[in-house]
Write a protein that binds this ligand. Sequence first.
Ligand code: CA
Ligand code: CA
Length: 137
Amino acid sequence: MSVEILDGATIVNFLQDEEAFSASVLNRFAYLDTDNDGLLSYAEMLKELQSLRVLETHFGIDVEPDPDELARVYESLFVQFDHNLNGTIDLDEFKKETKQMMLAMANGLGFLPVQMVLEEDSILKKAVEREFPKVAS
Ligand SMILES: [Ca+2]
Ligand SMILES: [Ca+2]
């Protein structure tokens, strides 16, 4: 985990870089697919749903959400990814919906930079790293 500053443009620029975006989606998918069957189950997807920082949008930052409510939010997000509703998420569904969610997030952020706690290797973190390459210390 690290705290990063990002705004809508960071995300949009990243999404427009098709190559960088595809590569990070592929990476993330392989990482989440712990049983390597080429599909993401709900259990495998949970990690990603948690890293999307959607909870802040739903509940506001610093709110401790009720576990039942949290489970419902994650379930509805999973269904949002699962376009053909077959109970698993393939790479195509994952990529399309990740893009949608990141665009929605970018619109929500607008031009106001915000601080976010980002998980290492999350797609958002890749977006930040692309824009601000790490300076070797
Ligand atoms: Ca799997
Ligand atoms: Ca599916």
